[in-house]
Write a protein that binds this ligand. Structure first.
Ligand code: PMP
Length: 320
């Protein structure tokens, strides 16, 4: 089973030469979008990124980018942590992104990766000069199965604490923490990893937020438990409200994973993915539970422009 952060960027597109990237202030063909090996962000992981999806609706011949402005709002906030000041507003970044996707002529599901980064070409640990932003986009379908329930393991690696590298920031260097956990899970025959905090409570999966269902209620760790403040997590809250499903943000103990009625993961890349087992202990029947199915169904309708109630979250690229 692949992980969101393993996607083969663009390698499956035959007309790859048509893809563009925004680099150093202009749109350039993806294959020419190159940076120096001296770039600070490359040497030290001093970048802040986003992951955004676009969904193609064949019937409407339209490509919808999901919660584009919300992603850039989080991006701008997160850039502050590394003192990355960018001249572009949320609106301007959104416009550049739509231009880039149009120029690349995408008529398929895509993934968009903006990166704000320390662009100085030098050795040395400083955060006080030269910032830039790059954006690229590639075709991308689902990489976690939409119908196979995932097998998870609790990782021996702990989630980074807020006073080490804040987990809420999407700092590129901090993804080493998740890579270690994801690799450990894969090497041991599991699909995905769950990371615990230093105090043993549940944080999140490697690149996805986690929900459990207990007593007819969705429960997810609060934003102070070293999780990314996920946009899909927030989307699930709104969908749950609309479906009249109760939800709660509270700390989750490891043992609650084993006694949960259902568990699902959520994220831009991983979408809504049901969990069948944790540490080889079956969750309920081992298949997708009823709440997971309900949330998954309405989520996929929303992102693909099949439910007018959620049009507010969509940026149409082609305006057909
Ligand atoms: N946690 C982590 C660590 C992530 O990298 C992601 C993916 N961005 C998520 C959760 C899910 O966040 P979102 O729903 O905003 O994609």
């Amino acid at each position: 089973m692949a992980n969101p952060h393993d996607a083969k960027f663009g390698t499956e597109r035959k007309n790859e030469e048509l893809s563009y990237a925004f680099l150093e202030g202009r749109l350039v063909p993806l294959e020419d979008a190159k940076i120096s090996i001296l770039t600070h962000a490359f040497l030290y992981g001093t970048g802040v990124f986003e992951g955004i999806r676009g969904y193609y609706n064949t019937e409407k011949s339209e490509l919808y980018i999901f919660r584009l402005r919300d992603h850039y709002a989080r991006f701008k906030l997160n850039c502050r942590f590394l003192k990355i000041e960018l001249p572009q507003s949320i609106e301007e970044l959104s416009e550049i992104t739509v231009d880039l996707v149009r120029k690349s002529r995408f008529h398929e599901d895509i993934y968009i990766r903006p990166l704000g980064y320390k662009s100085a070409k030098r050795i040395g640990l400083k955060l006080d000069d030269q910032n830039d932003v790059l954006i690229f986009s590639v075709p991308m379908g689902s990489y976690l199965s939409r119908d196979h329930a995932l097998s998870l393991m609790t990782s021996s690696w702990r989630r980074i604490e807020d006073n080490a590298i804040p987990a809420r920031t999407k700092i590129s260097g901090s993804y080493v923490n998740l890579s270690l956990a994801a690799a450990e899970a894969r090497d041991n025959g599991f699909d995905e990893a769950i990371l615990l905090n230093e105090d043993g409570t549940v944080s999140e999966a490697a690149g996805m937020n986690l929900f459990i269902v207990r007593n007819q209620k969705l429960i997810t760790p609060p934003v102070t438990d070293n999780v990314l403040e996920g946009i899909t997590r927030d989307t699930v809250f709104e969908l749950a409200r609309d479906l009249k499903i109760l939800y709660e943000e509270r700390t989750i103990d490891r043992s609650e994973l084993y006694s949960a009625d259902e568990i699902f993961l959520c994220g831009t890349g991983g979408e809504i993915s049901g969990v069948g087992s944790v540490d080889r202990r079956k969750i309920s029947s081992g298949e997708f539970g009823a709440f997971t199915k309900q949330i998954q169904e309405i989520y996929f309708q929303a992102v693909r422009g099949m439910n007018s109630r959620y049009k507010k979250w969509l940026t149409p690229v082609w305006n057909v």
